[in-house]
Design a protein around this ligand. Structure first.
Ligand code: ATP
Length: 333
C-alpha cells in the first residue's frame, strides 16, 4: 500500500537509511520539538551527563526513529535499537540493559507494546540505573541488585495514552510530533530528490507534498514512484508524471489511501455520518482498533473530516462534501 505510513520491507529500509537526516539542523520541520531537544541535549553536554530520558509520540512515519538516531549522533553516543514487541519477558530487557555501555542511547520503538513485567523493571532502571534480577525459583528465590551504566532511554510510541502513568512520568521530556505542513514536506522532498540525483520540477514537488498525508515517509515513497514513472516512460519528473503515477497507485487528490477512504465510507454510508464507536468501525473495515486509532484517525481528524465525541466518531460537513454525498440528517434539520 503506497500510502500506508508503516515501513514496507528491506528495500524501503535501505532507502530510508540513505535519506535520514543526521543532525537536528538537517531535520526539517517540527521546529518546536527541535528547539526543545536542542536545549536538553546542549545542557546535558555542558554538564557532561547523559541527557534525560525522552519519549517521542506521534503517528508513524513522522521521524521518531530518525530523531532517536540524531539524539545519539549529536552527543556522539552509541545507539542500541530495540522495540516493544521484541521485549516479551523481563529477561529480554535485563539482557539489553545489562550490556549497555556508559552514555549509550537505548531506543525502544513501539514502547507501549512491551511486556508488563519488563515495564516494571524499566521503572527502576530509568530512575536509579539499577535493576533487580531474580535468581532461583520458588521459596529459595532471591533478588540480586545489578548496577547499570548510565544511559538515555528514547521511547517511541504512536499511542502515548496507552503508556502507564509511572512509565510516562519517568521521561524527562515528551516530544509530540505533528503532521508536517506542505512547505516542510517540499523541503523534505527537495532534499530527497537531491540525494537521489533526481531532477524534478517545482510543481511536481508541490503536488507530491499535498498528497502525502503530512508524512515524510509517504512523501519519500511517492517520490520514488514518480521517479520510476519518469524512468519507464522516458519523460521528465514533472506534474504530468506525478498525476499519472499517483493515479496508477490509487492515491487521491488529497492523499487519502484505500483504508482512509474505506473508513470514511463506512462512517458516511453505513452509519449515516456517525457517531460510530472505534471497535465497530475497526470490525467493519477488518482492521485492528489500534491501527484505526493510531494510523488512520489522526490524519482524518487533522484534515477536519472526522471528529471524536464521547459517543464515537462523527463525519464533518467537509467529509460529506469531499465524497460528493449529502448528509441525510442535515436535510432533516
Ligand atoms: P515509525 O515509527 O513507523 O518507524 P518514524 O516516525 O520513526 O516511523 P522515521 O523512520 O524516522 O519515522 O522516518 C521515516 C522517513 O522519513 C525516513 O526515511 C526519514 O528520512 C524521513 N524523515 C522523517 N522525518 C524527516 C524530517 N524531519 N526531515 C527529513 N526527512 C525526514
Amino acid at each position: 500500500e503506497l500510502t500506508n505510513p508503516a515501513l514496507e520491507g528491506d528495500a524501503e529500509l535501505a532507502f530510508e537509511g540513505a535519506l535520514r537526516p543526521k543532525s537536528l539542523t538537517e531535520f526539517v520541520g517540527q521546529q518546536k520539538v527541535r528547539g526543545q531537544l536542542q536545549l536538553l541535549l546542549t545542557a546535558a553536554s555542558m554538564q557532561q551527563r547523559t541527557p534525560d530520558h525522552i519519549l517521542l509520540a506521534g503517528p508513524p512515519g513522522l521521524g521518531k526513529t530518525t530523531l532517536a538516531m540524531i539524539i545519539a549522533y549529536e552527543g556522539n553516543r552509541p545507539l542500541r535499537m530495540s522495540s516493544g514487541p521484541a521485549i516479551q519477558h523481563a529477561g529480554d530487557l535485563a539482557a539489553v540493559l545489562s550490556s549497555l555501555v556508559p552514555g549509550e542511547v537505548l531506543f525502544i520503538d513501539e514502547i507501549h507494546r512491551m511486556a508488563r513485567s519488563a515495564e516494571e523493571m524499566l521503572y527502576l532502571a530509568m530512575e536509579d540505573f539499577r535493576i533487580d534480577i531474580m535468581v532461583g525459583k520458588g521459596a529459595g528465590a532471591t533478588s540480586v541488585p545489578l548496577d547499570l551504566a548510565p544511559f538515555t532511554l528514547v521511547g517511541a510510541t504512536t499511542r502515548s495514552g496507552m503508556l502507564p502513568n509511572p512509565l510516562r512520568d519517568r521521561f524527562g521530556f515528551t516530544a509530540h510530533l505533528e503532521f508536517y505542513a506542505d512547505g516542510e514536506l517540499e523541503l523534505v522532498l527537495v532534499r530527497a530528490a537531491r540525494l537521489l540525483g533526481l531532477a524534478i520540477e517545482r510543481e511536481a514537488i508541490a503536488e507530491i507534498a499535498g498528497r502525502c498525508r503530512g508524512t515524510p515517509r509517504i512523501a519519500n515513497r511517492l517520490l520514488r514512484r514518480v521517479r520510476d514513472y519518469a524512468l519507464v516512460h522516458g519523460g521528465d519528473a514533472d506534474l504530468a508524471a506525478v498525476h499519472a503515477a499517483l493515479e496508477l497507485y490509487d492515491v487521491d487528490e488529497i492523499g487519502l489511501d484505500r483504508l482512509d477512504r474505506e473508513v470514511m465510507n463506512i462512517v458516511l454510508t453505513r452509519f449515516g455520518g456517525g457517531p460510530v464507536g472505534l471497535n465497530t468501525l475497526a470490525v467493519s473495515v477488518g482492521e485492528e482498533p489500534e491501527t484505526i486509532e493510531s494510523v488512520v484517525e489522526p490524519f482524518l481528524v487533522r484534515i477536519g473530516f472526522l471528529t471524536r465525541t464521547p459517543r464515537g466518531r462523527v463525519a464533518t460537513a467537509a467529509a460529506w462534501r469531499h465524497f460528493g454525498l449529502s448528509n441525510p440528517q442535515a436535510a432533516l434539520t
